[in-house]
Design a protein around this ligand. Structure first.
Ligand SMILES: [Zn+2]
Length: 211
């Protein structure tokens, strides 16, 4: 794959100071000289990494939804919970609003982000440009802020420590799969450098216009 051109001016997201980041090479990072805010990091393999992490994340999420997440045993009673049941339980208890939010933040939104990132990165790696990539990319950049994957996983770890005193907790395959999914999600979003991404999209659009 061709090295994405990182040419052009970029404005600091915090203080609007303009920088020319053209000529940056693989592994180099640019930060604002006035406020120290992050500008961009150039990596030649960022789209391949993005695609790999997104696909791995989706596979991990499928495993996480299919197997038991946790099982509790107390006074001879055992209850097994799967990931989709976390939202289902809230729905059954008469809180459809909360159930909708939980399912959205921990499963639907992150899955949609990874699915779209897989499609977008595959198109870029194959050097293809389609006009729908621009609105879809904007949607991904906007929606990724609404994913609570890491927050949910840390919340589960904290509650496990508390529940361990009251019941015997058995951690299921899905728990580890969700942990892998959370790591892949953070890694894929971390490899999504906005400047490098838009530059590459613009370059592909220019190539298509040129015929
Ligand atoms: Zn700045």
């Amino acid at each position: 794959m061709a090295t994405p051109a990182s040419a052009g001016l970029v404005a600091c997201p915090s203080c609007d100071l303009l920088f020319d980041v053209g000529g940056m090479r693989h592994g180099e990072k640019a930060v604002c000289t006035r406020c120290g805010d992050f500008l961009t990091r150039v990596r030649d393999d960022c789209f391949l990494k993005l695609q790999s992490y997104a696909i791995s994340g989706l596979v991990s999420l499928m495993i996480a939804c299919a197997f038991p997440f946790l099982s509790f045993e107390s006074s001879g009673l055992e209850s097994i919970m799967t990931l989709p049941q976390t939202a289902q339980q809230l729905y059954d208890q008469g809180r459809p609003d909360l159930a909708f939010l939980v399912a959205g933040f921990i499963i639907v939104i992150p899955a949609a982000v990874l699915g779209l990132l897989t499609v977008l990165s595959t198109c870029i790696i194959r050097q293809r440009y389609y006009p729908w990539m621009v609105p879809v990319t904007r949607l991904v950049f906007h929606v990724q802020n609404w994913s609570m994957v890491e927050v949910f996983f840390i919340g589960v770890l904290v509650s496990l420590v508390k529940i361990a005193h009251m019941a015997t907790v058995v951690i299921g395959i899905s728990f580890w799969a969700y942990g892998a999914f959370a790591l892949c999600f953070v890694a894929s979003v971390g490899n999504l450098d906005r400047l490098q991404y838009w530059n590459e999209l613009e370059r592909l659009a220019g190539l298509k216009r040129a015929g």
